[in-house]
Design a protein around this ligand. Structure first.
Ligand code: CAA
Length: 380
């Protein structure tokens, strides 16, 4: 077992770190304040190959592995979790979903543009009454022979207003339960496809989250992904990989907060010495370091499972569950170490604390990760 990163992986990590520090950092507070989507930065990330990290170069991707993906996600998320969620959804939900399950024509038409960042993708599963309980889709897709008619509402859709391509999960036959669900490729501007107002969020405020409304949207049959009824398995399989990305995001948020807290504790003085010399602070730093290292190992293990062709349903759920808990707990500690300054925006830790919360909610809440893990334990 080799825990060392290869030279290639180190180069990828350093490139992402450099981009995060030079390009994402300067405007991150303003984007968070004003809820501004990072249009130009997404284009630059496309040019760097970050929008199609694992996609085969024949479809315009970077052809890198999942280890590279999590290294990039961690570095971007240390600085800007809003930018990193756009990257994560585009890579592990939209590009992966299309590369793995779409036909050649669909890949040529959509994946080639999504992998280069020319297009942005959104993944539309959640509904007002089907967040955790994903089988209970209310959005319907009525089979009309050569096309489907889609009706319904999707909630909390990342990049909902900015995306060009939307992968939409809808029910075609409710009597068949999870086997009556399909996934479709929709394009912005299709008649009847309306984008609702932008959500005003606690965290990841630089990302773009919307409700989507479908009113008799006519979708050609060739836009269905895979066989009839394969949509639920498509969504579950895709989300397993998505959870690796969000686990890496949570890791990055935690590591970013820890690095800031460590630095601050070495310069801030109280009771005659730098605060890192007080055990009250030093023990917090030690706890943060241990938990972040543990989270990093779990994230790497899940990515490694994916690269090896192993099942990663459980390892991705384990990594996401743990890394998101660490992110939440230790961003709070990072604010505490900063004292009053931690409550002030220019010190960045309060934003990381707000951003951390969503990692325990999207792509399956922590409770959903426990369902996935425990069901697999019982099955074994
Ligand atoms: N791979 C392949 N197939 C899978 C699978 C997987 N990982 N997980 C389940 N399936 C299959 C099952 O084998 C089963 O097939 P059969 O009927 O043939 O046996 C079928 O799917 C139904 O499975 P379950 O009975 O387990 O389904 P369930 O209704 O009990 O739900 C669940 C399982 C894990 C709770 C699921 O509903 C779930 O993951 N919910 C959370 C949804 C979620 O993560 N939403 C996030 C939205 S996307 C997002 O957040 C993106 C963003 O913006 C950042």
């Amino acid at each position: 077992m080799d825990f060392k990163l290869s030279e290639e992986h180190k180069l990828v990590r350093d490139a992402a770190r450099d981009f995060a520090n030079t390009e994402l950092l300067p405007g991150v507070i303003e984007r968070d304040n004003k809820q501004t989507f990072p249009d130009e930065l997404v284009k630059k990330m496309g040019q760097l190959g970050f929008m199609g990290i694992m996609v085969d170069p024949k479809y315009g991707g970077s052809g890198m592995d999942a280890i590279s993906y999590v290294l990039i996600m961690e570095e971007l998320s240390k600085i800007d979790a809003s930018a990193s969620v756009i990257v994560s959804v585009n890579n592990s939900l939209v590009c992966y979903g299309l590369e793995t399950f779409a036909n050649e024509e669909q890949k040529q038409k959509y994946l080639t543009k999504l992998a280069t960042g020319e297009f942005i993708g959104a993944f539309c599963l959640s509904e007002p009454e089907a967040g955790s309980d994903a089988t209970s889709q209310r959005t319907t897709a009525e089979d009309k022979g050569d096309h489907y008619i889609i009706n319904g509402t999707k909630n909390w859709i990342t990049s909902g207003g900015r995306a060009d391509v939307y992968l939409v999960i809808a029910q075609t036959d409710k009597h068949k339960g999870s086997h009556g669900i399909n996934a479709f490729i929709l394009e912005k501007g299709m008649p009847g496809f309306d984008i609702g107002p932008k959500e005003d969020k606690l965290g990841i405020r630089g990302s773009d989250t919307h409700t989507l409304q479908f009113n008799d949207v006519k979708v050609p049959k060739e836009n269905r992904i895979g066989e009839d009824g394969a949509g639920f398995r498509f969504a579950m399989k895709t989300l397993s990989g998505g959870r690796i990305g969000i686990a890496a995001q949570a890791l990055g948020i935690a590591a970013g907060a820890y690095e800031l807290a460590l630095k601050y504790s070495k310069v801030r003085k109280a009771f005659g010495t730098e605060i890192c010399n007080h055990q009250a602070i030093a023990f917090k730093l030690a706890d943060m370091y241990v938990d972040i290292e543990a989270a990093r190992h779990l994230v790497m293990k899940a990515a490694w499972d994916k690269d090896q062709g192993n099942s990663y349903d459980v390892s991705s759920a384990v990594a996401k569950l743990y890394a998101s808990k660490v992110a939440m707990e230790h961003t709070v500690e990072a604010v505490q170490i900063h004292g009053g300054n931690g409550f002030v925006k220019e010190y960045h830790v309060e934003r990381l604390m707000r951003d951390a919360k969503i990692t325990q909610i999207y792509e399956g809440t922590s409770e959903i990760q426990k369902i996935v893990i425990s069901r697999n334990l019982i099955k074994e």
